[in-house]
Design a protein around this ligand. Structure first.
Ligand code: MG
Length: 320
């Protein structure tokens, strides 16, 4: 039976998680901001329609969000991680071979499923994930990871599922997808490919791999082989070993007392500890630190650690 991989992608997944817990957000423009509420990192279709761009600084759109009724959320990675675990548990009911690629993307091995049943199974999977977790998804199916792409999301007529293992659909879509949509091709690679006359994914597939290897290293050559249906990227079923992890937050208000700082830090420390203990290869050490902006002054605010502020105070007392 031919190889078939499905890439399942949560739609605007952080916003979708917020909608799960507040159904009044359905149909309302929603954005989720990056750490410390710096910029918009996830937008619903309604927010995109208002012209909010990916990575747009929040201070620039704050007034517009207020006037247009855009609901704005700080990111809540604990919630998103939990929802991701729930959706992956549903995926495992459909296939035992699941690679968790990112917080909202997973690959499923559907090679054992009959070719004429894959789309039906993908629709069933989408419906089940939506019913059990509330998260909307799209499913792209292809013979390799590079081909299991996101056409399903960008073409509404496909109703969230695109099967590129079907040769007719494969030829139809490849000449309609811009090469910039291919995973692994960034801005620098795009400029090099444009110089080689490559516009669509079909152009790239027919290119001689040797000049591409010169321009884009082995990564570019591998993409061409993948587009031709030759699998170069295996399914990684074991989670990658972590070298470290960090649980970081800013204080919501001034925390000048050492005791107060420690009390606010301890839940983060516990979470980091739980995360590292759950890892395959637990790191042997843990460090806790706090920093404050360099512009702040005074013994209690310029400390890199609680002790430093004490040292400075002591030094100041001695010099008097
Ligand atoms: Mg997504």
């Amino acid at each position: 039976m031919s190889r078939a991989l499905a890439l399942i992608d949560g739609n605007s997944v952080y916003c979708s998680c917020e909608r799960v817990f507040d159904p009044k957000l359905a149909g309302v423009p929603v954005i989720v901001l990056s750490n410390n509420d710096g910029c918009a990192i996830v937008r619903t279709a309604e927010a995109k329609a208002l012209g909010i761009r990916m990575g747009e600084p929040f201070f620039k759109i704050r007034e517009m969000c207020r006037s247009q009724g855009v609901r704005v959320f700080s990111s809540n990675y604990t919630l998103y991680g939990d929802m991701s675990a729930r959706t992956n548990a549903v995926y495992r009911d459909f296939s035992p071979r699941v690679e968790i690629y990112s917080i909202d993307e997973s690959f499923l091995d559907l090679s054992d499923v009959r070719a004429d049943r894959r789309v039906e199974l993908a629709r069933d999977l989408r419906a089940t994930v939506r019913a059990w977790t509330g998260i909307p998804t799209c499913v792209g199916i292809g013979p390799t990871k590079t081909l299991a792409n996101h056409i399903a999301k960008s073409v509404p007529d496909l109703d969230g599922v695109c099967d590129l293992t079907d040769p007719v659909a494969y030829d139809h879509w490849l000449c309609r997808i811009s090469v910039s949509e291919v995973c692994g091709i960034g801005r620098a690679s795009l400029a090099k490919l444009e110089a080689l006359g490559v516009d669509t994914v079909a152009d790239l597939r027919h290119l001689d791999p040797r000049p591409v290897r010169k321009a884009m290293t082995v990564v570019g050559e591998r993409i061409i082989h993948e587009l031709r249906g030759l699998a170069c990227l295996p399914l990684e079923l074991m989670p990658v070993q972590r070298r470290g992890c960090a649980v970081t937050r800013s204080f919501s208000s001034r925390a000048s007392r050492i005791g107060r700082r420690w009390s606010r830090r301890s839940p983060r420390t516990r979470r980091a500890s739980a995360r590292s203990c759950g890892a395959v290869d637990s790191p042997p050490t843990m460090s806790v630190s706090s920093t404050t902006p360099a512009s702040t002054t005074g013994p209690t605010r310029c400390a890199r650690s609680p002790r430093l502020s004490c040292c400075r105070r002591r030094r100041a007392t001695r010099s008097r």
